[in-house]
Design a protein around this ligand. Structure first.
Ligand code: ADP
Ligand code: GLC
Length: 482
């Protein structure tokens, strides 16, 4: 099969969160399974790799033509194409300048989507599947069913849209329609607008041949008003084409036995290495060494999604009761302020780094005893999956992928973490207290870490599920297209 991925983030080129991790891993795995895979992304500032493949790709966007050089590099056996358009991509921040969204994000990602289609047309054969991700590339299905509807080149091409996060929708004023080539008489507002605004993600949900999201639980949650972010109605109309496939972890990048960022590599058979990582992490964060205190790690975008509103009540208590905490994150200032305040209050037990730092993220995964993700919602979550591999016990709220991957610890020694149900700081505190009790019994804790490390969330199963999904798409023949 020929599969064309189009996305705004791809590891190792561009990443702000798990989307980049998925795009760095799934295409590689599919390639290993013998598929023809390529990936298209913007040539953001700092991406120097690749050689110029096309001197000038002509892309019609709005009422102008854009001329974009295209660079190509092969990474992890996957061909990556970088769309070069410096006025849009040669700037700091993938989506934001400081705390503010780039004002032309609609045009920036519409250009990426149209450029991917024009690039595809330069090949002798069309892709069987174009796999789109999140709102940034959600217009591709709409373009295929409008601008390119009578283009025989794409006659057999099908689209899959993966929702990594329903809350980010790409909402823009109606006046943007022309600028992104959507003022097409074939489109009616109900298909691309929500509450009076152009909505990229909605367009994708309406026009994609199939839709999936990144865990089974989240695929059910988003059909409800509580999790649907205003799009649950549209999703319900397409429930027959909506599936959930849990993300995997790329153990080439996330394995304590081989991770180059750690002070000491370790495995389930050499857990003393994990203690060395803990000492290294405490030193890196300027905290005193104290082997009796369990160390909690957080690595996260600092947003409301991640459940940090539960912490002002719960964190001072669980720290006073015996935990230490290290935080690595960037995002909303109110959460950064809260964590800095906590550090001032508990200088010996809490240390915070407000920054984005890949190597440090690995050190936290390895050096912490527990990993905290009390998310309000979590489509999949990769950090808890990485934590399992590092023997770092997750404490999570039972939502989305967190619920699908973490099984609550039980007295019989089964389970791989601590889980609470309601979005409630008291329940979080109770989960932390249960964790502390088990931590105080070293043998039980080692067994629990062993349960975690024994789990396999590699991409193998997920990649095969995607293959099946692609096959089912192709099998739909021409009936999906009008
Ligand atoms: P989300 O995609 O919602 O941010 P995930 O758990 O799926 O959540 O993935 C987050 C990814 O981003 C992980 O690979 C994590 O290590 C990384 N990450 C998040 N914040 C930082 C940070 N401040 N520094 C380094 N890596 C980070
Ligand atoms: C999103 C979600 C996260 C998921 C990631 C990769 O950013 O917030 O839960 O793991 O995408 O699919």
């Amino acid at each position: 099969m020929r599969i064309l991925f189009v996305a705004s983030e791809v590891v190792p080129w561009a990443k702000t969160g798990g989307l980049g991790d998925v795009l760095g891993a799934l295409p590689k795995r599919l390639r290993q399974l013998g598929q023809q895979v390529s990936v298209v992304l913007p040539r953001y500032r700092g991406i120097e790799a690749g050689r110029r493949r096309i001197a000038s790709l002509t892309v019609p966007l709005g009422d102008r033509l854009r001329f974009c050089p295209v660079y190509e590099a092969t990474c992890r056996q996957v061909r990556c194409f970088f769309i070069d358009y410096p006025p849009y991509y040669d700037r700091d921040g993938l989506y934001l300048a400081g705390q503010r969204e780039h004002p032309d994000n609609a045009e920036r990602f519409a250009l990426l989507s149209l450029a991917a289609l024009e690039l595809a047309k330069r090949s002798a054969t069309a892709p069987d599947v174009i796999h789109c991700h999140d709102w940034h590339t959600s217009l591709i299905p709409a373009y295929l069913k409008t601008i390119y509807a009578s283009d025989p080149f794409f006659g057999c091409t099908r689209t899959l849209l993966t929702i990594h996060n329903l809350a980010y929708q790409g909402r823009f004023p109606r006046s943007t329609l022309r600028k992104v080539s959507l003022s097409n008489p074939r489109l009616n507002p109900g298909e691309i607008e929500l509450s009076g605004k152009l909505n990229f993600l909605k367009a994708g949900l309406v026009f994609a041949d199939k839709i999936n999201t990144v865990s089974k639980k989240y695929s059910r949650e988003i059909l409800t008003p509580e999790y649907g972010a205003g799009l649950d109605g549209v999703l319900r109309t397409r429930a027959g084409e909506l599936t959930g496939i849990l993300n995997g972890a790329d153990y080439d990048q996330w394995d304590p036995a081989t991770d180059p960022h750690l002070a000491c590599n370790y495995s389930v058979h050499s857990l003393e290495g994990k203690q060395a990582c803990k000492r290294d992490l405490l030193a890196t964060y300027g905290l005193p060494r104290d082997d009796r205190r369990p160390l909690v790690g957080i690595v996260s975008r600092l947003t409301g999604q991640k459940g940090f509103d539960l912490l002002p009540h719960a964190a001072p208590k669980f720290i006073a009761e015996g935990f230490s905490l290290v935080v690595l994150g960037t995002g909303e200032e109110r959460y950064a302020r809260f964590f800095r305040g906590l550090q001032r209050k508990f200088p010996n037990y809490v240390s915070v780094k407000i920054m984005y730092h890949d190597a440090l993220a690995h050190k936290v995964e390895a050096g912490a005893d527990l990993f905290l993700m009390p998310s309000r919602y979590e489509p999949c979550g990769l950090n808890q999956i990485y934590s399992l591999k590092y023997g770092t016990v997750p404490v999570v709220r039972a939502t989305g992928g967190l619920d699908d991957t973490i099984e609550d610890y039980r007295e019989d020694g089964s389970g791989n973490g601590f889980k609470f149900s309601n979005y409630d700081s008291g329940e979080l505190l109770q989960a932390m207290r249960r964790a502390l009790q088990v931590y105080r019994s070293p043998q039980r804790w080692r067994d629990l870490a062993g349960n975690c490390m024994g789990m396999d969330f590699s991409w193998e199963a997920a990649a095969r599920s995607y293959l099946e999904l692609y096959r089912s798409l192709i099998a739909t023949g021409d009936q999906g297209r009008q």
